[in-house]
Write a protein that binds this ligand. Structure first.
Ligand SMILES: Nc1ncnc2c1ncn2[C@@H]1O[C@H](COP(=O)(O)OP(=O)(O)OP(=O)(O)O)[C@@H](O)[C@H]1O
Ligand SMILES: [Mg+2]
Length: 259
């Protein structure tokens, strides 16, 4: 089982849109995919039309009172399952803090699903919290959406420092989103980062209103806009990411006992 997380310290950069589209495309490729929505806003749950209701709340899951398996909901899309988030997830940090090995809790919970899925996508709220620390620990690969501004590139460096402190840092795949090719600054920031980082994805996701319409259609892009330029880019990004998965530390999310 490979675990990927869309992650950025910065908010509103396309983490959820990317998690939903990439998870859908992976499932369309025939993989068994689970997306775990870890954001109390429940945006991924909303986009995939799953009711944001977690029996017993985040607490029961984290404390192991209720197996993760029971929280899984099927989506309308073949091969794509979801663990929805509800508002109880706002307390996730506190609940994690009260548990043993608090930074490895999500890794452990995912270990129970290792035989059921080929890929797990984690989508969490922005910032650095105990939840995001768990996510970074559980992920074999971090997919980092970046808006082409100087400030975003700085946050990528901060993320690099955060990740480098881990015993076994995940592979990082940064990629640009919300790109307007007409803006000189966007082109310059992208070209500049390309010369500095060889892990940057070649594919660039353009800024197009179809992405915002995901919330209207409540579906991944390929479902309602199969010919859109941004859908094509997400397909290319998925091809790029899946070809790099083998080289990452993909198997790390297995529970320690199962390895
Ligand atoms: N490529 C794009 N082009 C245009 N709009 C986009 C694009 N990607 C995302 N958006 C829009 O930008 C907003 C933020 O995107 P999204 O929710 O995916 O970001 P996020 O990083 O998950 O945000 P948060 O930090 O709040 O979780 C949404 O309204 C989304 O529809
Ligand atoms: Mg989000």
């Amino acid at each position: 089982m490979n675990t990927l997380a869309t992650y950025n310290i910065k908010g509103g950069v396309g983490k959820t849109a990317s998690a939903v589209n990439l998870a859908y495309l992976a499932a369309r490729d025939g993989r068994r995919v689970l997306l775990w929505d870890l954001d109390p806003q429940g945006a991924a749950s909303y986009l995939l039309r799953v009711r944001p209701r977690v029996k017993g709340g985040a607490k029961a899951l984290v404390r192991g009172k209720r197996p993760l398996e029971e929280a899984v909901k099927v989506t309308e899309f073949d091969g794509l399952d979801l663990v929805p988030a509800d508002f109880t997830y706002r307390n996730l940090d506190l609940v994690l803090d009260e548990s043993k090995k608090s930074t490895q809790r999500i890794t452990r919970l995912l270990g129970t699903m290792a035989d059921d899925y080929d890929l797990v996508f984690l989508d969490c709220a922005p910032g650095i919290s105990l939840v995001s620390e768990n996510v970074v620990n559980a992920a074999g690969t971090l997919l980092v959406p970046l808006i082409p501004t100087t400030l975003s590139v700085r946050t990528l460096e901060q993320l690099g420092e955060f990740v480098a402190e881990l015993d076994r840092p995940p592979a990082v795949i940064p990629f640009f989103t919300m790109v307007d090719g007409r803006k000189r600054l966007h082109r310059e920031v992208i070209d500049d980062l390309r010369t500095h980082r060889d892990d940057l994805a070649t594919t660039v996701i353009p800024a197009l209103s179809q992405v915002e319409q995901m919330a209207v259609h409540r579906a991944p892009l390929p479902v309602f806009a199969p010919r859109s330029r941004v859908t094509k880019r997400y397909e290319e990004l998925w091809a790029e990411v899946s070809s790099r998965l083998g080289s990452g530390r993909g198997g790390r999310s297995r529970a320690p006992g199962r390895r």
